[in-house]
Design a binder for this molecule. Structure first.
Ligand code: PLP
Length: 424
């Protein structure tokens, strides 16, 4: 009997014992095509020789040294690699161990920035429903995934206002085009800022392409640009959560590049280390860095494992591989091919409402009735059943769903590795 408190206590999990490119292999030798990269993590597939070599090389030198005493070569090199490729003036980086920590850190950076900038009243956050930013209390507070929040609601931060997501499949009205829909949804942000009191709002956080909660839903064109303008008008910081959609997943290294928007803070994780080591990061603007550097000179934060040398060495190898092997081009072409293949195979299925996404980040929305978009009865527990049936057939996919604003969206998220070939 297992001693682990597993995610589903009564479920029997196969024992993962090996990896081979896009396949995970269990102890019995069964191969599973990792069509979701776990949860959009394993962007280089499994057992990648170059990354393993980099990890071993770092371990031979030094596994870890606490960042209150030292910096390290791999963390400095990784910081250089990321900031030199990031858009705008995202010139500095803070390394953590995952996505929740990255968002927790971004919220605190936003808060400390305003304290040091002489605007200490800015302590409120605005976020969106149908979003997921992590399971630590701060990240969960800004998150809008009802299932994950419900039990903890009484202990979450109360200084958060949630607005609607940009979800054209369900939200766009018949009498408006995409641009008008995007404007209407972005204007919800302005209304929320005005209702909260502009001088008290620290930041707005959102996922440029919504992952786990909606299933690869990009905002309509123009939405994020208007959001950026509104943030600037009221001096509110923009945090983009690219934990799932960043690091090449959508075909550009940073998802926001495709929207022509530069945030003040950008969080990433998952594809940053591709699962070879736990690592996440916050990229921050020159303005935030300079204000704190010229003020107290210290960020009031820190974890034991920030800037972990072995994790940074693994991540550096992952990022260099993505670049040197030209994998972003493959993400774009295989992503298009996947979209076409899904449409050809399922486009006319009466229970497939929408097939969407960018790059190798695709979502299939399942509905009881395609015409009315009526969702399936939640008691059917479609998500769990799809996952189980897929695993039984040697396929890993990442189904999700939830009810917000009367919408129940059941979806299947696909996020295969960037090394994908047509045969897979
Ligand atoms: N933000 C987004 C958009 C995510 O999809 C996730 C995880 O799925 C997180 C944050 C939390 O990341 P982690 O599970 O690494 O803490």
């Amino acid at each position: 009997m297992t001693k682990i408190l597993h995610r589903q206590i009564h479920q029997q999990y196969p024992v993962a014992a090996g990896g081979d490119g896009p396949y995970v292999i269990d102890r019995e030798g069964q191969r599973y095509l990792d069509a979701s990269g776990g949860a959009a993590v394993s962007c280089l597939g499994h057992s990648h020789a170059r990354v393993i070599e980099a990890i071993k090389g770092q371990l031979d030198k030094l596994a870890y040294a606490h960042t209150s005493f030292f910096t390290s070569e791999p963390s400095e090199e990784l910081a250089e690699h990321l900031t030199s490729r990031a858009p705008g003036e995202l010139n500095h980086v803070y390394f953590v161990s995952g996505g929740s920590e990255a968002n927790e850190t971004a919220l605190k950076l936003a808060r400390q920035y305003f304290v040091e900038a002489g605007q200490p009243r800015r302590s409120n956050f605005i976020a969106r429903r149908q979003s997921y930013h992590g399971n630590t209390l701060g990240a969960l507070s800004v998150g809008g995934n009802p299932g994950r929040r419900a039990v903890y609601d009484p202990i979450l931060m109360k200084n958060v206002t949630h607005i609607g997501p940009c979800y054209a499949y369900r939200g766009q009205r018949n009498d408006e085009d995409e641009a008008a829909y995007g404007r209407r949804m972005a204007d919800e942000l302005e209304e929320a800022i005005l209702a909260t009191g502009p001088e008290t709002v620290a930041a707005f956080i959102c996922e440029p392409v919504v992952g786990a909660t909606l299933g690869a839903v990009p905002a309509v064109r123009g939405y994020l640009q208007r959001v950026r303008e509104i943030c600037d008008r009221y001096g509110v910081l923009l945090i983009l959560d690219e934990v799932m959609c960043g690091m090449g997943r959508t075909g550009t290294l940073f998802a926001c590049e495709q929207d022509g928007v530069v945030p003040d803070l950008l969080t990433c994780a998952k594809g940053l280390g591709a699962g070879y080591q736990p690592i996440g990061a916050v990229l921050l603007s020159r303005r935030i860095f300079d204000t704190i550097a010229g003020g107290s000179g210290a960020f009031q934060h820190g974890f034991t494992y920030i800037g972990h040398a072995t994790a940074c060495a693994a991540s550096l190898a992952v990022q260099r591989t993505i670049e040197e092997d030209g994998l972003l081009a493959n993400v774009k072409s295989q992503g298009e091919a996947l979209q076409q293949a899904l449409k050809a195979r399922f486009g006319n299925n009466p229970h497939v409402g929408d097939i969407r996404g960018r790059g190798l980040f695709r979502g299939i929305e399942l509905v009881a009735d395609r015409g009315t978009k009526e969702p399936f009865d939640p008691t059917l527990k479609l998500n769990a059943r799809i996952k189980k049936e897929a695993m039984a057939r040697g396929l890993m996919c990442y189904p999700g769903g939830g009810t917000v604003d009367g919408w129940r969206g059941d979806h299947i998220l696909l996020a295969p590795p960037y090394i994908l070939e047509e045969a897979h």
